[in-house]
Design a protein around this ligand. Sequence first.
Ligand code: ZN
Length: 173
Amino acid sequence: MTKRALLVIDMLNDFILPQGSLTVGPAGEEIVPLIAQKIAEFREAGQAVIYICDNHKADDPEFAMFPPHCIAGTPGAEIIGALAPQRGELIIPKRRYSAFFATQLDLCLREMGITELVLVGVCTNICVLYTACDARMRTYDVTVLRDAVASFDPEAHDFALEQMENVLGVEVK
Ligand code: ZN
């Protein structure tokens, strides 16, 4: 049996709260109950829940493209209260779109013997897409739950799901 992990991507105050500095809007709030349900299912089954968290320097170069958000040490960078991690669950800070870029994620997954990843969170066409891409390049099996990912851009959301399914070999369900 393969070992699975749930990757909860960027469910942070600045992205999900209506007043967040880079809020996804209603689409981001709508996925919270299903993600909460998936987190509960993985915990119940003894499978890993891993939080992937945008965590920027105050002068991060990404802010040339996007308004400042998820600055390390600020409330905006914290996981939303409704999806709070439990003691011992892995939290992976990242400064780029991919959860694999310059982070400990790959090392941690290999140490845990995990070969299959289930992705939920935001944004479908940015951090979910590029994390799925890097996971597939590393030959992890990847599933994306279509009703548990969201974007501020519905067309880009649809395009990203199509690319993940047809080009990356992600199971979209
Ligand atoms: Zn960012």
